[in-house]
Design a protein. Sequence first.
Length: 557
Amino acid sequence: MKLQSYTISQGKDRAPARSYLKAIGFTDEDLKKPIIGIANTWIGTMPCNYNLREFAADVARGVREAGGTPMEFNTIAISDGITMGTEGMKTSLISREVIADSIELVARGHMFDGIVALVACDKTVPGAAMALLRLNVPGVILYGGSILPGRYKGKDITVQDVFEAVGANAAGRISDQELFEIENAACPGPGACGGQYTANTMSTVMEIIGLSPMGLNGIPQVDVTKHDAARQCGRIILDAVKNNLRPRDIVTRAAIDNAIASVAASGGSTNAVLHLLAIAREAGVPLSIDDFQELSQRTPLLADLKPAGKYTAADVHKAGGIPVIAKRLHEGGFVHSDAMTISGKTFGEAVQATKETPGQDVIRPLNNPIKKSGGLVILRGSLAPEGCVIKVTGLNRSAQTGPARIFNTEEAAMQAVLSGAIRDGDVVVIRYEGPRGGPGMREMLGVTSAIVGKGLSETVALVTDGRFSGATRGFMVGHVAPEAAMGGPIAMVEEGDSITIDIEKRTIDLNVPAAEMERRRTKFQKPAPKYTSGVMAKYVALVGSAADGAITSQPEL
């Protein structure tokens, strides 16, 4: 093995470095072994990442047993669920870049020979993947695991139910006491949000794309076997170092196509579009937003998961885990089965160990899909020339034309929904919430859930240049590009304008004559920046379009 860590640890001139390392317990023998960085996103502000401290110790044990030397370091995490609907939510997508940057910096500085990244809440997963691809040293990603569902009145519930209960309470459909009881029941312990929301979607993506070992991510966070899964990752990373198996050997276009298919088959989050575009660019793999449409169109929806379905991520584990989804895709010919995985096996070889629970109905058989095509649809038209995305799982209608109700902030829209100002047939437009305009492209789970809770989801549509939580359901269109702050057509929409959304035609149009649109464009003034210093201002200066993954750097392809 050619160990880059020797640059720091070996040779007479490295005596000062070794003296520092010996001060914290490392021996000469330790420093001759492969040095494995354990990138830990533990944080004490949320349940999602709460047990990762323990799992880091398990990974370290596995690394030592396999003949390596572990060195743990930390990065950040932002809770989407806790910050939702506030100014704090603007930091969430920005944190993806900071996570990637910080892992990259520590690993470059200390010249680790391999990395195990422990992730959980939404942005930690793609952030870790982006860093591994930049570094291109052997790397493993282990997802900390889903939360278990709560129980209320004999039914499984998740945080999604709490958000929707807020709208139901505002509409007088449930009492204050019921809202309080749902709040207390929904989240029974550590783990990331319990449906096929963004965290579990990206967990699925990591197993299917090959950066996470098949079968380990889906184990819930409080399951005792998660400790052994973390320990296994210590062995797996040492094997990858010995075999020089690197992230860019794994994350090819074939692997990315497989990942997109898994999002479609599982009814995954629209955020996967942003994150996979960003991951592809770090891997140097060409990928466009339109590729999601093609792959989703030919992949059946197989998993009956929340937010639109019946089951939670913990039920996927009981059914046999993410490998069951993987094996369905393999058997149906919906994936490239020769793609490599971090285990050293191909995708097709890795799924052979799948153990499906007899009689489970969480993941449908190939001959009985929920829908013949996947859960994501890319729309284009005069309102979104660069594209936008809608999740169609659970939708009972395919088109809507209605008057635009204009809001320049999420808070203003939320107030309108809760006060009863939104009516059947309205198209709620929330703008200036894009990557630059927000900044940070806030998720809209508060307002989308309020629409559902108010009983308006079958008659009201929502369009935004912001984005959605994976828990969002309903006729909700996000990632409209170009965004309002950059002078996109969404900035020109006026109160009462007619908007048509047609999923079958894959179009989204503002029904305003071209001459009138040109008149409005000449009057458009770019808004003043909301932040003029610090990380938020840096992000605004560097970030690109949502249609390209809202990334802050773009490697040469």
